[in-house]
Write a protein that binds this ligand. Structure first.
Ligand SMILES: Cc1cc2nc3c(=O)[nH]c(=O)nc-3n(C[C@H](O)[C@H](O)[C@H](O)COP(=O)(O)OP(=O)(O)OC[C@H]3O[C@@H](n4cnc5c(N)ncnc54)[C@H](O)[C@@H]3O)c2cc1C
Length: 389
């Protein structure tokens, strides 16, 4: 470990994908860090969220020697495509983000499994991860001696001095609020519709099917061998009470244009507005924002975890460079580097989100937009086999 005269080099606020990846990256380079997570280990290891990690995210884990955390979940979707039903007719959607490389596949890895694996590896390798950390608050972030206070599980107030604070506590975390008012700008794009997302104890076979239909977008995506998540585009004003299980399955079948091979109990429902948000800059003094703490990307692009891994990678490299070379240049350019990457992905997320939603139900964006979106969508699909006379 490094010795900088502080309790540790980096305090990482939040043990989600961004924070745990960062902790593992730093640990591999012998940089001291402490991860403070608000919830219990049991809670974060079963919290269901995303399910698809793109090839760029998988490649980053490989580069840091962490291939084991997605082992067994890789898919060949970047090669094979994913079935996309347009008014019931099957086409193949080419998956692939703005930076997807062709040397690795993405992974259908439920987020809670990725989190569980990152925790296991971090603790196995000697990492310091403190669950149940309440009232976490970064202080003196505009000085060379920042510190983080929190209340531990016994109720005692603890202070950790450090060189840097990584704010990776998600969209509703506290790190961002430690930055003085007026420093950050926030840019938001609302798509004007929501997703009803439903967890169900029914496996998805194949692992992902998407549907563009005049009733709206729909999808069923695997969450492991015994579960899947259903997605139905719906108005922002819908509530889960309007969506009893029967209606969910009937609507899925209508939008797929075919019967569901299996139906079963649902375990949770949520209405999630589709939006993109970016906060700028992504650093202030010695505080650096990572992942959802700095940006939200439309979930239909399935790039949120990958963006979180990008930020963790960029910040870890910057800290390693600073510690090894006494050179802050990568830390100084961290915000610019990550914002450039984020905006590139926001652009592709807007394109994907609008194509797969606007090409369906015209009551949201109108018939003109629907026709344009159909043409956009065509560029994202594998071409139809050439017609032979
Ligand atoms: C419906 C839906 C589907 C999605 N599907 C995909 C997908 O398929 N692929 C994809 O890549 N992304 C997807 N995403 C996005 C993805 O889930 C997020 O982008 C990702 O979780 C971001 O990781 P993070 O570590 O930045 O934040 P989080 O995962 O939110 O982690 C933040 C952590 O900080 C902790 N925390 C919060 N406040 C505090 C505090 N005060 N003190 C200490 N700890 C705190 C939290 O408990 C949490 O553990 C989806 C999102 C939604 C809503």
């Amino acid at each position: 470990m490094t010795h900088t005269g502080k309790d540790t080099t980096v305090v990482i606020v939040g043990g989600g994908v961004a924070g745990l990846a960062l902790g593992n990256f730093l640990l591999r380079k012998g940089i001291g860090c402490v991860v403070l997570e608000k919830h219990s280990r049991e809670y974060v290891e079963q919290r269901q969220r995303a399910g698809n990690l793109d090839a760029d995210g998988v490649r980053r884990l490989h580069e840091w020697g962490l291939a084991e955390v997605v082992e067994g979940h890789r898919h060949g979707a970047s090669d094979a495509g994913v079935p996309l039903l347009i008014e019931g007719e099957e086409r193949q959607w080419r998956m692939g983000g703005a930076d997807d490389s062709d040397d690795v596949d993405g992974a259908f890895c439920p987020q809670q499994i990725l989190v569980r694996n990152l925790i296991r590896v971090f603790l196995r390798d000697g990492g310091d991860l403190r669950f149940g950390a309440e009232d976490v608050s970064p202080h003196d972030i505009d000085t060379d001696n920042p510190l983080v206070r929190y209340r531990d599980t016994t109720g005692a107030v603890r202070t950790i001095t450090c060189d840097f604070v990584a704010g990776s506590d998600g969209f509703r975390g506290v790190s961002r609020t430690a930055i003085p008012a007026g420093v950050l700008t926030s840019s938001t794009h609302e798509f004007g519709y929501a997703w009803l997302t439903v967890m169900t104890e029914v496996p998805a076979d194949p692992p992902a099917v998407l549907a563009v239909h005049s009733r709206g977008f729909a999808a069923q995506i695997t969450r492991g061998p015994h579960a899947s998540r259903l997605y139905l585009q719906c108005p922002l004003t819908d509530t889960i009470d309007q969506w009893p299980d029967d209606r969910v399955w009937n609507e899925l079948e209508a939008r797929f244009g075919r019967p569901a091979p299996r139906k079963g109990p649902t375990t949770s429902k949520q209405v999630v507005p589709l939006r993109g948000v970016v906060f700028s800059p992504m650093s202030y003094g010695r505080l650096y924002l990572l992942g959802d703490a700095a940006h939200l990307i439309s979930p239909s692009s399935a790039q949120g975890m990958s963006l979180a891994l990008h930020d963790a990678d960029a910040f870890a490299r910057a800290v390693v460079h600073r510690v090894a070379q006494h050179d802050s240049s990568l830390l100084d350019s961290y915000s610019e580097t990550c914002l450039d990457h984020t905006w590139r992905h926001q652009a592709s997320a807007v394109r994907i989100t609008e194509a797969i939603h606007d090409a369906g139900d015209p009551s949201y964006e109108g018939e003109f937009r629907r026709q344009i979106a159909r043409k956009e969508l065509e560029t994202m699909l594998e071409p139809l086999p050439a017609h032979r006379p």
